[in-house]
Design a protein around this ligand. Structure first.
Ligand code: GLU
Length: 434
């Protein structure tokens, strides 16, 4: 029997007050969601959480339910302001720790957003829709399909722009996916996340949302971008490219950095500031918005490092992968030059000859890969490895899967084109590192 059936049998569920006996000892507390099928989880009266193995529980009794808090908030949204749609996908930005239950609950209604950032009622009329409720490490290409469809449909309506609330871990993968999947976006779409949940005093959720709403309500930018803190302090947010941005810190509020790029704009609602840092940012055009949201699943991203074994490369050939992104060392090197590593070179050659598209990026993250600087690099280019300029490995992964999904015959050709500002042909002066 698993925890769910066990609790059902005893007519109990999360929120039930219980007393149980485990290994002869009596414990009382409130049931919270179990962490595994073999245990039930209690929030003890001491405030600590504890797990109890089903097999060790000799008795369990319920004493009613705890009252769940519900905030009634009457909010009148002003009419006549620009309309902004908030699409919730999940992640910390929409989650609050529910102290009574010890778990995390998600809040997706416009009321929740407005309670968090009341200032937005002066800037826009907010509509909100939940399209999923997952932590972003669980994203799959099916979710990309769903998000892009929602974006495409919303673009046919009279919104000034859209906010996609998203977990931060894979936010930049999703923004890259949408940059390719929704062609000629006719309005600003900003991905917004938060590193600290909205119920913590240090949360960045409110500021990120406020600056995103402010930017959307005023801007003529149209396209997919990210809006997050510029520094660790509140105040400035930056609007960052959907394809050239990376999460560079596990916990800092300024974790998102433009890579081989500069921000599109700096925003500060409190100072009425929108400062465009790029003058060639994309704007609404007459071109029709198109949805191209197929992503090939048989794509992998592999980090090259000392002691790479040829069977690792062979795996992708045997499993018939359609694409492989290599995160090479330095300028795009692979361990493939000396006697011990020649088998890696042969494995790569075989993989490419079997029809798999192999792309080289750099694990340095900053800078670009070169196919001509060293003989070693030329040898890789000669067997057909594509060098992805200064594209991020994650963006290359999403792009190749998108190219193969939407146009498998021309995937290689399309991969080499700059579709959504994902690479710079040359390294602009301002990105050169001394
Ligand atoms: N790992 C989770 C996610 O990316 C939580 C982190 C966050 O939302 O920032 O969804």
């Amino acid at each position: 029997m698993d925890a769910d059936s066990f609790l059902k049998k005893h007519k109990l569920s999360s929120g039930s007050k219980v007393e149980l006996i485990s290994k002869g000892e009596t414990f009382s507390g409130v049931l919270i969601p179990s962490l595994s099928p073999e245990t039930v989880q209690l929030k003890l009266s001491s405030g600590y959480n504890a797990g109890f193995k089903l097999s060790e529980i000799t008795s369990i009794k319920g004493f009613g339910e705890i009252k769940k808090e519900k905030t009634e908030l009457k909010i009148i949204q002003k009419k006549g302001l620009p309309k902004i749609l908030v699409l919730h996908t999940g992640g910390t930005i929409a989650s609050k720790v529910d102290y009574s239950l010890g778990g995390v609950t998600a809040s997706f209604a416009p009321e929740d957003l407005i309670a968090l950032v009341p200032e937005i009622t002066e800037l826009a009329e907010i509509e909100a829709k939940q399209i999923s409720n997952i932590m972003s490490e669980d994203m799959t290409f099916n979710y990309y399909k769903k998000i892009s469809k929602e974006l495409f449909e919303a673009m046919q309506k009279k919104y000034k722009g859209i906010i996609v609330a998203h977990g931060t871990d894979t936010l930049a993968y999703s923004s890259a996916a949408m940059s390719f999947a929704v062609e000629n976006a006719g309005m600003p779409v900003l991905f917004v996340g938060s590193q600290r949940s909205p119920d913590r005093p240090s949360t960045d959720a409110a500021e990120n949302l406020l600056n995103a709403v402010y930017f959307i309500s005023k801007t003529d930018f149209a396209g997919i971008a990210i809006c997050m803190h510029e520094t660790i302090s509140d105040g400035n947010a930056v609007i960052l490219s959907g394809t050239k941005t990376r999460k560079m810190h596990t916990s800092r509020r300024d974790a998102f950095k433009p890579i081989n790029d500069i921000p599109i704009a700096r925003v500060n609602y409190h100072k009425n500031l929108i400062e465009y840092l790029k003058n060639n940012y994309s704007k609404k055009s007459n071109k029709k918005t198109e949805l191209k949201n197929k992503f090939e699943e048989k794509i992998a991203l592999m980090k090259l490092r000392p002691n790479l074994l040829p069977e690792e490369i062979d795996f992708y050939r045997k499993q018939k992968y359609k694409g492989l992104i290599l995160e090479g060392t330095g300028m795009g090197h692979a361990p493939s030059n000396v006697k011990e590593n020649l088998s890696n070179y042969e494995a790569l050659k075989k993989l490419i000859n079997s029809g798999t598209i192999v792309v080289m990026t750099s694990q340095c993250i900053y800078g670009r890969v070169y196919s001509e600087v060293y003989t070693n690099l030329r040898r890789l280019a000669e067997i057909g490895v594509i060098f992805a300029e200064d594209m991020l490995p994650e963006t290359a992964f999403i792009k190749l899967s998108w190219c193969l999904g939407n146009n498998p015959k021309k995937a290689k050709e399309i991969f080499l084109q700059n579709i959504a500002g994902e690479f710079n042909e040359r390294t602009p002066y301002e990105f050169k590192v001394e």
